[in-house]
Design a protein around this ligand. Structure first.
Ligand code: SF4
Ligand code: SF4
Length: 86
């Protein structure tokens, strides 16, 4: 198992933030984050915790899932986002 979440940097999660209350101020009105530039996060080092899979695991989900299970659930969400693209 990787020791960090294996993000492919597709950017789909950052284009679908409208249902995430913690990111409501970042919504550009289309559901995409205002900080996504050229498919990369322009505030990556200062991005909120909700954007950090490993931080969220440690903070909220460690008692409910193994890290492997949590990565798998997140990867399933990534896949759904990519499949629904457009
Ligand atoms: S949808 Fe998943 S793989 Fe794509 S950028 Fe977001 S976290 Fe990474
Ligand atoms: S802050 Fe960065 S990582 Fe978080 S949704 Fe916006 S572009 Fe994506």
């Amino acid at each position: 198992m990787p020791d960090k979440f294996p993000c492919t940097k597709c950017g789909e999660c950052c284009r679908h933030i409208s249902l995430i209350p913690e990111l409501s101020e970042f919504d550009d009105g289309t559901g995409a984050c205002v900080h996504l530039k050229n498919n990369l996060c322009e505030i990556y080092d200062a991005r909120p915790d909700i954007c950090r899979v490993d931080v969220m695991y440690e903070k909220l989900f460690k008692s409910s899932f193994t890290r492997e299970e949590f990565y798998e659930l997140n990867l399933q969400s990534c896949k759904i986002l990519r499949e629904n693209k457009g």
